[in-house]
Every structure is written in structure tokens, then in C-alpha cells.
Write a protein of this length. Structure first.
Lengths: 834, 311
């Protein structure tokens, strides 16, 4: 019998909007999505009102208190100094409880804030550009008062100018290495921008044991230390003492909130709020000191750890939430089973965490100037799904509840990461795909089948590897196994190419040699000669990168310690060693360096090989001449370059160049050991650096003009992958040297048109695409499901589109908060439609 | 020029596009192989480059950087068929162009391209197989389309045989117009046939497609009678003013049911996406201002189709 099928529901040309786009087109104010959510979670709805209008208050309280304490403790063991400093901060940092809040604790003032980490170079563009430090004007996104500026300039910065880790590392570099680092954006060291790379804490341990138990452990071990065993005593005593100090300070910090809640309750006329405040007080007296008994206590305890972590140090991407659907699940399950909790109540608590994270922003404190990671981005990566430590599927009701919150909660936090593996249940993948189709860029996907075997190869146990959590934009961590990962560097592959074509020089740095002399390419008669020159330039850059990393690693513990972080880490506690002071026994040291402009350079080398050495369409002299002129008056040559074979189209010959480049890096990484006996892995995560890095690179043989952005992360050059997403994925897969373990994230952004994913059939096809990407072992994948028209309209009418979220690189941000250069770059990324 | 369509006895096909990640022409994620040549010339054809059975020069003026920057095409053209136009681009005098294709080889910007290339079965299968990881997960595979693919019956048969022998799901999109022998040979090699029935009246059919539909309807009946196991999806492109009436759709459904039914019936709304291609081939598009059927119209026709199907 004939059955009509609904294969053609909408008329062609009628535009398909994602739910996210539709809400913005309707001009809906920011709030929970759907009437039910709004009425059941009225508290969250009210807290969201006007959220995006709140200015960002720069928090210099932490900087002030830290500086005070550090000045008073000169000469003492570093871990103790930082323990005392954190205790000082926790005792004196202003605290507040906002109306409607159930979850208390903040690393800043009420509303949106940004913490100044004066000990680092990130927010401390201060060090190099103190003249740029001026009070903000009305309308600036960041609020910085005259008093703030005075305090920074007079009390805070002078101290750190003398004691900065950044200055120390730069001064300690060998001359040649420093010269290369000083050429901005060729090799960009990132060690001093964060006190460590992205990480999360073992929250589950605190929920289960309480800080009190950690304090008891430290106290017992302190008492057991044998002063006759002098070495151990001198090394371990300050660590354990710092732990005790910090534990006491954390408990007292929570008690300050309890006291504030009680005093607010005394003045509170509304009976309901009074009851809430007393409940808050009781909970703050309980956690984090003691084990959590309920879901609410667990959430509050987690949030205290996170808040203190923010005050202790700047972890890359801001501290992650770890495997939240795992460690919170026992509390959730028990409360649901015993009738103490409903899903809506659980959502209110989770969304209180999301709001807490969204209030915190990450700025480079020049008012009016956005950060290098455009859009005030930070990534408190929040992991769901994946495998249990014993290797079974880990998804549970809480995983689904968090996905539901992601669809209903309008802000770009949490930065949700779903772990996908071969046996991920269809139901979970379906919920993930429906969330992706919503169109705000969440969740990002991590492939267990790629990551777990790599972690095992690197030295993790099966159990540790199965239990990894996502941190930052695309990193992973085995929380109690890995040692410190200090930021390394962004390597500008575009610059390496330019040095190859200019005998070690770069147009933007004039006549001086930047790399090494490898000969005039106009004299090369084969592609192999060019390739040899390229690899020599590459090796030179990588060597200096490794040298600067060695210096950064070894100097770190002379400047920074993190006793709170360390006491939550099994190996640090076991060895009584601060995380920054390596090497710690049994710890795996897995750092990484980032390669930027992979697609740009593959395409450039492919163009040279095809046009100059294979077809002979162009002479090298003509090509270099055209590059010198930035293709001015050389449009025909530029077109030849643009139309040469490109990475991202599953062209085996082109992709082989990518694999050869990867092999060069991987081989160097394989032969290298870090200061702490670990490895530095090759990674392709550009965040938004491909824009500033592109700005120092002259015209390239792929047809890209001077100063334009480089290709982004592992993605093909913008708009050059024209054969659809399967070819793109195949190319990315083909460039991987899977025989090396010295590999880490390959971050992929895919832009799909909403029309291609309409209906249940569309969801199923997205599921199949993701399953296949998982079969192909794609470390990371994320999707922008959005119409190009919407992005263009948002550039024209930013007010109307101010709540439009897009996926940038490992994170989502408000499109209108991004710089025009990044907006254009996102628009130019290939949109796959079918 | 068409003599090289065989190599060592294995047929070659004239292919004008191989499109990966196609989501709407059969189950799952598919690769569509578009073959050139079609006995029909539908007024609404969205792939006009698919109609001729020879390679053709396609000119995309947007990409042309103009004779001021580049005159490579005009220089190689022995017939002087390429000249500068009023907008600083080029124009092609197709009446004297001999389709040699040399201009497309020297064009740096791909403004000039040759549509259609003779490709062997092995090469096509190799490209199709590049995406087999996606077929496995999505239930997708190969869809052969056109033009009318059965114009190149021997090639299609060899291609489908090769695909099936390698475990690839196969589908074909056909206008239904070919000799019965070809239809008979190919049908059992497909996992799914998409069979177009545009309208039932032979005169009207001739008016809008250039050919009568008698053979098409006969082929459909014989297919149903002799290959009842073949999975056939009937499709009707809904063209306003041509076949967008309830009567037309009802008549088609009745015919299909009478012939033995089909596994599904799809109505595809007309779209004008192919229009820019006509200019690229130096041709006129006859439905210039025709608007696509409204969503309401499509829903109404869907209802008719469903009602008829249920009776």
C-alpha cells in the first residue's frame, strides 16, 4: 500500500531557524526557555533578569590581600607563603549574599566580576603596559575605579614587577631563545598567563570526606614527622602546615557566610527568605568541613571548593567542574529516592552553579579591550557521559537532566562537554544531538575511543584513563595521576612557512633574521629542497619552544604554590609536595604545545608543490614576487593559489603533507623529555589566537593575504573544504600520526546549516555523523548550527542579536562581544549544507 | 570526443558531479554520482548541465577576475569565441565555441570549467568508498542520479554491480524513461529506486518535458509486475501551474496503486535553485518568475496523497 512520506515538509527557500535563532528573532529577553521552566524555576528566572546588562566589576581585593600577605612573608617556604596568603584572602575578602541566592560564595563582588591575578602576565598586561591602566568610562564593559587604579599602580604592581614569574622566566632564557620569543606571535610562551593549564579538582573526595578529614590527615602526618629525618622534615613540614592553615581558613570562610546569612535573616522581613537564609547558614556550617549528606550540601560544598580555587590561583580556562554527573549522582539519587528532592529543585541548584560561573569573567584588564580569548571566555568544562572507571557506560539520569538544563538555561555556562564512546546509548546520543540542534553550540564532544588508549599509552592505568575528565576547551585530565602542566607555547606554523620562503626572515620583522638561514627558495629545484628547509625552520622553533618550557617549569615553584589545589591531589598529599614543585613521585607530566595555522600551511605547501614543481604553472620567483606584493596586481596568481588543491577535501596527496608536518612535530616531541620527566604533546587548539598570529604573517602561497587570520585549530582553511563534512573529517583523520602517543587535542569546529538537520530524520543523521566521527577517533568535535544570514544580521543590528551565542573554539560566546575580525572569521568558516 | 567511454572493455561513465554527504536521496549519509545525459528536458530542470550527453563549458562570471587581470582563456581560444564583455568580464560566443575545453584548463579562478568527465567504474567506486565509514553508521550508500542515469545503462549496471559486490547500499534516481532491457537489468541491482512520475497525461507530459510519458508508465507497470521485490519510491516534483492540483496528485496515486503500489510516495516542491546554472551555460530559464508552492499547498497535497494511499 502506498504511504505518503513527509520528506519535503517545508517549501525550499523558506528558512529553517534553530530554536536559539528563533528566540532571538522573536526578541525574547534572556531567561529560561519555556513556560514550565520559568514557572517551576522562578528563582533562576528572576536571577537572570538583566544579567547581560550588569557591568563587569574588576576585583582587586584578592590582588591587594595577596600582595599584603606576600610582602609580609618574604623568605619563608613558598608553599607556606601561599598558604598564608590564601588564608589571609579567605579571612578578609569581602563577602555578600545576593537576594534569591540559595548557593553562596563568590570570588568577587555582587553581580559580574573579574579577578585580577597580579602574579601572572595574563591580566598583567599591567606589567608591560602600566600606562594603559586607566579608570573606566561609563559604557566600558569593565568597571575600574580611580581607587582601583591607584591601588594597582601604587601598592600592587610595584611588588609584582620585582617578583613576577613572567619577568624571571624571560630573564632566565638563553639569549637566542629570548630573541625568538621577543618576536611577538612567532613562538608565544603561555606559561606565565596562568598558574597551570586547565584542571578540575577531585570534588568527589571533598563531598565524601569533607575538608575536616583532610585537615586531620595533614595534622596526623605533621605530628608523625620525624625531625631527625631532617630532609623529609624540612621538605614536608611547610607543606603540611600550609594544608592545615588552608583547611582552617576554608572552614572559617564558609562560617563567615553562615554568620552573614544569620545576620541577614535577623533583618529579613519576608518569612520565606528568612527561612532560606537560616537554611543557608546551617549548610555553610556543615560543608565543606564535613561530608555532604544531601544533593544541596554536595552542590554547596563543590561551589565553595570552586570559589576558593578561583581565589587561590588562575587555572587555565578557570577551574573545571570535572565529571559532575558522576560525583553528584549518589546524592541526587538518594534524595530523589527518599523524596527530598525534585528534578526542578535539582535544576535550580545546578543552575545556581551555572550563574555563579557566568558572573565570573576572564578579562585582560584594559577597560574596553576584550581579551585574547575573545568574548570574555572561560571554560569551566563540565563533563557528562563517557565510561565509568571500570569501563561501563556512565550516563545516568543526572546526565540527561544537565542536558535538559543546557537547552533551557540561556547563558553560555556551563561549558558542557559530552564524552562519547562506541557503546554510548542511542538515547544519550539522541539527547546530545537534540541539544546541539538547539543551536547555541553545546555540548562539545570528546571521543573516549581516541582519548582513553592515548592516556593509557602515556602511562595512565585503565581505571584512571576511563575516569578522565574534560578540562579547559579541549584538554583532559586524570585528576589524581597527572602532575602539573604548565602552559607551553603557541607555535605559529605560518611564521615557520614564511621564514622558509624568506631564508629565515619575516616581512613584518624587516631585515633581521628571525629563524635560521635555510637558503633562497628561488634556487630550489625540487619540492624536497623546500621541504628540508621547512623542517629545519620548524625544528629550530620547536627546540627553542622546549628550552623556554624547561625554564618555565623549573622556575615555577620559586614563584607560585597552590596548597589548596595540592591537598586535593592524591599524589601531592602522598609526597607532601606542592603541585608546582615537581617532579612528584608517580605523577605523569603531560604538557602540550599548540601548532597554529595547520590548514594554511598544508595548503601553501600543496600549492607550491602543484604549481611550481609539478605543473610548472608558476616559477618560484613569480610566486615570491606576488607574495612580496601581497598579491597586489597579481590576482591571476592569487587565483591559481586559491584554486590549488586544499586540505579538507580528502585529497590524499594534500593530506599527506599534513601528516608529514605532524610527524615532524611528533618525532621531536617523542625525543624530548621535560624538566619533570614528562612529555610535551602536539596539539591543535587555536582558541582565537589564529587571528593575532595571522596578523604577523605575510601573504601565503595558499592565496591568503598578509595579516589575515590563519586557519583555525585542526580545521581546514576557512571556506576551502568544499566537499562536505565527510571529506573534511576524512582529511583530518588522514593527517594524524596515530603511531605516536605524543599527541593531544585536535579541535574541530563544524558549521552545519539548520535546514540540513530538520526533524527526527535530521537528528538521526547527526547521530550517525557523530558515531562515525567517534569511529574515526576524532578527539574533539563541536558544531555551530546556525544560518549565515543570522550572523550577517547580527553584525548589522548587534542590539537585537546581543544574546546570540556562537561556538568559537572550544567555547561558546556572544557573537556581538567578539571583535569584528573574529566575527568575520566565523562567517567565513565553511557552512556545510546539503 | 565520446569515443573514450570504454577502457579495456570496462565501460566509462560521463560524470558531472560526485556529491558526498547527501542526506535527502535515500537512507542515511550517501554519495550521489550524477551522470550526464537525459532524454527529458523538463522546464524546471535544476541541473541543466545534466541534459547534454557531451562535456560542456560552464562559465561562472562571479569567479572571473576579468581580462584586465587575466586573458589566458581568450589567448588559447582558436575560434575567438571569448571576448571582453561590458562589465569587464568575459562573454562566450557559444555558436562558434567548439567545446574543446582548453580555456577551462588555463583559467586560474575556475570561472571556466568543463562539466562532465569520462570516469571508469573503479575510479567512481573508489571515491564512493571513501565515505564507507559513514555508510556503516547511517545505513547510507551510493545513489546514482542524473540526468537520466539509464542513458548510460551499461555503465550504471557495472557500477551497481561493483558497489553491491563490496557491500555498499545502492539507490538510483530515474525518470523512468529508457528501454526495458536496461530497466530490467538494473532494477535487481538496486536496494531502492526513486522513480519520478510527473503527470499522467501524455500530451501535457510532452509539453513540459519534451517527451511523452507512455514508456515511463509502461516501465513502471512492468517493474511492479516483474520485480515486485524491488523497493520503489515514487516521486513527483510539484510544479505550480503544471501538476499542483489535487486531481493530478490523486490520479498519480491511483495509477501507482493500480500498478502494484510503491513503498513510499514523496512530493518534492518545485524550487528555482537551478536558475543561475542556465546563465552559466548560456541558456534561458523558462520558469523565471515561478514561485515555489506554498507550505499550505504542499500540506494539502500531502493529505491527498496520504488519503489516497490509505484507500
Amino acid at each position: 500500500m502506498l504511504e505518503a512520506v513527509e520528506s519535503a515538509p517545508a517549501s525550499p527557500g523558506s528558512k529553517v531557524l534553530t530554536p536559539h535563532e528563533a528566540r532571538i528573532e522573536r526578541g525574547e529577553p534572556i531567561g529560561l526557555v519555556g513556560g514550565t521552566a520559568q514557572s517551576k524555576r522562578g528563582r533562576i528566572q528572576r536571577m537572570l533578569e538583566g544579567f547581560r546588562d550588569q557591568p563587569i566589576r574588576l576585583n582587586i581585593d584578592r590582588a591587594r590581600l595577596l600582595t599584603e600577605s606576600m610582602q609580609a612573608t618574604e623568605g619563608q617556604p613558598m608553599v607556606l607563603r601561599w598558604g598564608r596568603a590564601l588564608a589571609h584572602i579567605l579571612a578578609h575578602h569581602p563577602i555578600h549574599i545576593e537576594d534569591e541566592e540559595l548557593l553562596v560564595g563568590s570570588a568577587g563582588s555582587a553581580g559580574r566580576y573579574a579577578v585580577v591575578y597580579c602574579e601572572l602576565v595574563g591580566p598583567g598586561r599591567f606589567y608591560t603596559h602600566p600606562h594603559e591602566l586607566v579608570p573606566s568610562k561609563p559604557g566600558d564593559p569593565i568597571v575600574l575605579t580611580e581607587e582601583d587604579v591607584a591601588a594597582l599602580k601604587e601598592d600592587i604592581l610595584p611588588y609584582w614587577q620585582r617578583n613576577a614569574y613572567h619577568t624571571a622566566t624571560m630573564n632566565a632564557l638563553p639569549e637566542e631563545t629570548r630573541r625568538l620569543m621577543e618576536r611577538i606571535f612567532v613562538v608565544t610562551p603561555t606559561a606565565a598567563g596562568r598558574s597551570m593549564l586547565a584542571w578540575a579538582h577531585d570534588y568527589g573526595k571533598v563531598l565524601e570526606r569533607g575538608i575536616g578529614s583532610i585537615r586531620r590527615e595533614a595534622r596526623e602526618r605533621l605530628e608523625a614527622l620525624d625531625p631527625i629525618d631532617t630532609a623529609a622534615y624540612v621538605e614536608q613540614q611547610p607543606f603540611l602546615e600550609a594544608v592545615c592553615l588552608v583547611c582552617d581558613a576554608m572552614v572559617a570562610f564558609a562560617h563567615r557566610y553562615a554568620e552573614l546569612a544569620r545576620s541577614q535573616a535577623a533583618d529579613e522581613p519576608r518569612a520565606e527568605r528568612r527561612r532560606e537564609l537560616l537554611e543557608i547558614a546551617a549548610i555553610c556550617e556543615r560543608v565543606p568541613e564535613h561530608p555532604a549528606r544531601t544533593f544541596r550540601e554536595a552542590v554547596q560544598s563543590q561551589w565553595f571548593i570552586q570559589t576558593v580555587s578561583r581565589l587561590e590561583q588562575a587555572i587555565g580556562g578557570v577551574v573545571g567542574n570535572g565529571r559532575i554527573d558522576q560525583y553528584l549522582y549518589p546524592y541526587y539519587r538518594r534524595d530523589i529516592d527518599e523524596g527530598r528532592l525534585t528534578d526542578d529543585e535539582a535544576l535550580v541548584l545546578l543552575e545556581s552553579i551555572w550563574i555563579g560561573m557566568a558572573r565570573s569573567t576572564d578579562v585582560y584588564a584594559k577597560p574596553g579591550q576584550p581579551s585574547l580569548t575573545d568574548g570574555f571566555a572561560h571554560w569551566e568544562a563540565t563533563t557528562i557521559g563517557g565510561l565509568t572507571p571500570d569501563g561501563h557506560d556512565a550516563s545516568n539520569e543526572l546526565s540527561y537532566l544537565i542536558l535538559r538544563s543546557k537547552r533551557e538555561f540561556p547563558l553560555h555556562y556551563p561549558d558542557l562537554a559530552a564524552r562519547i564512546h562506541t557503546r554510548t546509548p542511542n538515547a544519550f546520543l539522541h539527547a546530545v544531538c537534540e541539544t546541539i540542534k538547539d543551536g547555541s553550540g553545546f555540548p562539545k564532544l570528546f571521543c573516549d575511543d581516541e582519548i582513553i588508549p592515548l592516556l593509557v599509552a602515556k602511562g595512565g592505568s585503565m581505571e584512571e584513563a576511563n575516569d578522565y575528565c574534560v578540562t579547559g576547551c579541549s584538554e583532559t585530565k586524570m585528576l589524581n595521576r597527572e602532575g602539573i602542566a604548565t602552559g607551553c607555547a603557541w607555535i605559529n606554523l605560518g611564521a615557520i612557512l614564511e621564514m622558509t620562503l624568506r631564508d629565515g626572515r619575516m616581512t613584518c620583522y624587516g631585515d633581521g633574521i628571525v629563524g635560521i638561514s635555510t637558503g633562497d627558495p628561488r634556487t630550489f629545484t625540487t619540492f624536497d629542497e623546500l621541504w628540508d628547509a621547512f623542517t629545519l625552520q620548524l625544528e629550530n622553533v620547536v627546540q627553542h619552544t622546549f628550552i623556554q618550557q624547561y625554564v618555565s617549569d623549573t622556575l615555577k615553584s620559586r614563584h607560585i604554590a597552590s596548597p589548596m589545589f595540592s591537598m586535593l591531589h592524591d599524589l601531592c598529599m602522598e609526597s607532601c609536595t606542592d603541585i608546582h614543585a615537581g617532579p612528584i613521585d608517580k605523577a605523569l607530566y603531560l604538557g602540550f604545545f599548540d601548532v597554529m595555522g595547520f590548514g594554511t600551511v598544508i595548503d601553501s605547501l600543496a600549492a607550491i608543490r602543484t604549481l611550481v614543481f609539478e605543473e610548472g604553472t608558476l616559477a618560484m620567483r613569480e610566486l615570491i614576487d606576488a607574495l612580496d606584493r601581497n598579491f597586489e596586481g597579481q590576482e591571476a596568481i592569487r587565483q591559481l593559489c586559491l584554486n590549488a588543491p586544499k586540505y579538507g577535501n580528502n585529497d590524499a596527496d594534500v593530506d599527506q603533507i599534513g601528516r608529514d608536518i605532524e610527524e615532524c612535530f611528533a618525532r621531536l616531541a617523542q625525543h624530548h623529555t621535560t624538566a619533570f620527566g614528562g612529555e610535551l604533546d602536539l596539539r591543535y587548539v587555536s582558541v582565537t589566537s589564529h587571528i593575532p598570529l595571522g596578523a604577523v604573517v605575510g601573504a601565503t602561497p595558499d592565496g591568503r593575504k598578509a595579516r589575515e587570520p590563519l586557519s583555525e585549530s585542526i580545521s581546514p582553511s576557512q571556506g576551502m573544504d568544499v566537499k562536505g563534512p565527510t571529506a573534511t573529517l576524512m582529511s583530518i583523520s588522514s593527517t594524524k600520526c596515530a603511531q605516536y602517543k605524543e599527541r593531544a587535542a585536535r579541535l574541530l569546529n563544524m558549521k552545519l546549516s539548520p535546514a540540513s538537520l530538520v526533524g527526527e530524520a535530521g537528528t538521526r543523521k547527526l547521530m550517525a555523523l557523530i558515531r562515525t566521527a567517534c569511529d574515526m577517533r576524532m578527539w574533539h568535535n563541536q558544531f555551530n548550527i546556525i544560518n549565515r544570514d543570522t550572523l550577517l544580521a547580527a553584525q548589522q543590528d548587534p542590539d537585537k542579536y546581543r544574546n546570540l551565542l556562537v561556538r568559537v573554539a572550544g567555547y561558546s560566546a556572544y557573537f556581538v562581544d567578539l571583535t569584528p575580525a573574529l566575527q568575520n572569521e566565523i562567517i567565513r568558516r565553511t557552512e556545510h549544507q546539503f | 570526443m565520446t569515443l573514450n567511454h570504454q577502457s579495456n572493455g570496462a565501460p566509462k561513465g560521463l560524470v558531472f558531479n560526485i556529491q558526498k554527504f547527501s542526506l535527502h536521496d535515500g537512507p542515511g549519509i550517501r554519495t550521489i554520482v550524477f551522470l550526464k545525459g537525459c532524454p527529458l528536458a523538463c522546464m524546471w530542470c535544476s541541473n541543466p548541465e545534466s541534459q547534454s550527453t557531451a562535456p560542456e563549458l560552464v562559465y561562472t562570471s562571479d569567479r572571473c577576475i576579468g581580462p584586465a587581470e587575466c586573458d589566458r582563456c581568450a589567448t588559447v581560444c582558436l575560434e575567438h569565441a571569448i571576448a571582453k564583455d561590458a562589465e569587464g568580464k568575459i562573454c562566450i560566443d557559444r555558436s562558434i565555441c567548439d567545446d574543446c575545453g582548453d580555456c577551462s584548463f588555463v583559467c586560474p579562478s575556475r570561472a571556466l570549467e568543463e562539466s562532465g568527465e569520462w570516469v571508469g567504474v573503479d575510479d567512481v567506486v573508489r571515491i564512493v568508498e571513501e565515505d564507507d565509514a559513514f555508510y556503516v553508521r547511517s545505513g547510507g550508500g551510493l545513489t546514482v542520479s542524473g540526468g537520466e542515469p539509464l542513458v548510460q545503462g551499461a555503465f550504471v549496471r557495472a557500477l551497481l554491480e561493483a558497489a553491491r559486490s563490496r557491500g555498499i547500499d545502492t539507490a538510483i534516481e530515474t525518470s523512468g524513461l529508457c528501454n526495458w532491457k536496461t530497466m530490467r537489468d538494473v532494477a535487481p541491482l538496486t536496494d531502492r529506486m526513486f522513480f519520478d512520475i510527473k503527470c499522467l497525461d501524455p500530451e501535457k507530459h510532452a509539453e513540459v518535458t519534451g517527451v511523452s510519458n507512455r514508456k515511463i508508465l509502461q516501465n513502471f507497470r512492468r517493474l511492479r509486475a516483474e520485480f515486485p521485490e524491488v523497493n520503489i519510491v515514487v516521486r513527483t516534483p510539484v510544479i505550480p501551474g503544471v501538476n499542483d492540483s489535487e486531481d493530478e496528485i490523486e490520479a498519480i496515486v491511483e495509477f501507482v496503486n493500480d500498478a502494484g503500489g510503491a513503498s513510499a510516495y514523496e512530493l518534492l516542491p518545485y524550487h528555482g535553485f537551478g536558475e543561475p546554472k542556465y546563465a552559466k551555460l548560456g541558456r534561458q530559464y523558462r520558469l523565471r518568475h515561478l514561485a515555489p508552492p506554498s507550505n499550505e499547498r504542499m500540506r494539502g497535497l500531502q493529505r491527498i496523497a496520504a488519503l489516497c494511499g490509505a484507500s
